[in-house]
Ligand binder design. Structure first.
Ligand SMILES: C[S@@+](CC[C@H](N)C(=O)[O-])C[C@H]1O[C@@H](n2cnc3c(N)ncnc32)[C@H](O)[C@@H]1O
Length: 339
């Protein structure tokens, strides 16, 4: 939502001049800051902000202190908090991006704002959650409205979830399109069912932004009508932009696959080179051992030659031959006496 602030949302605020702004889904407070700055810039007309988010991840008190405006943080789920809000002029819906939540948010707002329906600004009307549910906390959604879902990745041109792609860490519906699936489907179903008559336009890119207003509000506010007409895109270009957004995400998925593959090959190459270094050092130590053994062999051979020469010299010596004759005579003598 934050990325649409300067180009679309702030100009819309300048036309509508809301007194009470409601933000559903504040997260890190990126867009909350924009809204608080708007409240501060328009302090003299008393603009206030209610943010609804069960798990905001910024310091609420320091935001309050920094901007010094009327800011209420409501930590309930939107469908619990909205019944208590009856005077919003603009509601920004960027919380749990699934059919059940968005459809019921709109139903509640319809009940609580019978007198003057607010302008609703939605994020995520485009790819990937326009036609596919995602659940922050699946148990919060009644079972019959929960699509089968997995923590697996979305890719632009495949309905089923994949290993590599967008948002693999959250509970994505396992298929795209079909009934009661996605933010845009919820908005269309609500508009179809409502007895009120709405105008709805989309801004493409950055996951899509939708703006919904009563026809009667546009009739009563020519500047608002001009603004909505200025943004609205012909049906022919709608398909072009929707495909362009998918192509954009496909590039991202391709880059992701490439990065994963490169990392794989880099680590495989590193393993092979480590293995090669180990083998080279093993060969070095074998060559060294071989040289030691060759030296030992040469030494033994040399000793052998010396021993043989010594033996030959002993066998040829007069002392040995004399001793030998004595040994033979002695054996003959012993043999003769024992018979
Ligand atoms: C996409 S982020 C909001 C981003 C924010 N609007 C911005 O522009 O920076 C969605 C937020 O919605 C909150 N959320 C999830 N389910 C919700 C619900 N049922 N009601 C209200 N907020 C919800 C989450 O806690 C999360 O902080």
């Amino acid at each position: 939502m934050n990325r649409f602030w300067n180009a679309v949302v702030r100009p819309l605020f300048d036309i509508v001049q809301p007194k009470h702004v409601v933000e559903i889904g504040a997260a890190t407070g990126l867009n909350t800051r924009n809204l608080l700055q708007y409240c501060k810039d328009n302090k003299e007309i008393g603009v206030r902000l209610t943010s609804v988010d069960p798990a905001p991840s910024f310091d609420i008190d320091s935001f309050k202190e920094e901007y010094g405006v009327d800011f209420n943080m409501d930590y309930r789920l939107s469908i619990d908090a909205l019944p208590d809000i009856a005077d919003a002029d603009i509601i920004l819906i960027d919380g749990d991006h699934n059919w059940f939540t968005v459809f019921n948010e709109l139903k509640i707002i319809e009940k609580t704002h019978r007198e003057s329906y607010p302008i609703i600004v939605f994020h995520d009307t485009g790819f990937p959650y326009g036609r596919r549910d995602v659940y922050y906390t699946p148990e919060n959604i009644p079972e019959q409205y929960r699509q089968p879902h997995y923590k697996k990745a979305i890719t632009p041109y495949q309905s089923t979830l994949q290993e590599v792609g967008i948002n693999p860490h959250i509970n994505n519906a396992d298929h795209e399109f079909g009934k009661k699936n996605g933010v845009l489907t919820a908005i269309e179903d609500f508009i179809d069912e409502s007895i009120l008559s709405f105008s709805f336009i989309q801004v493409f890119g950055n996951n899509g932004l939708g703006i919904m207003a009563l026809h009667s509000s546009l009739e009563g506010n020519p500047k608002l009508k001009e603004f909505m007409d200025g943004i609205s895109v012909s049906e022919m270009l709608t398909d072009y932009y929707l495909d362009y957004e998918r192509q954009f995400h496909q590039e991202h998925c391709n880059a992701l696959s490439y990065a994963i593959e490169s990392a794989y090959w880099q680590s495989a190459t590193q393993n092979v080179s480590e293995e090669k270094n180990n083998l080279v050092s093993e060969i070095d130590s074998l060559i060294k051992r071989n040289k030691e053994l060759e030296d030992k062999c040469a030494e033994l051979e040399n000793n052998n030659t010396l021993t043989k020469a010594e033996l030959k010299r002993i066998l040829a010596s007069r002392t040995y031959r004399l001793g030998n004759s004595v040994r033979k005579a002695y054996r003959f003598f012993v043999h003769s006496n024992t018979e």
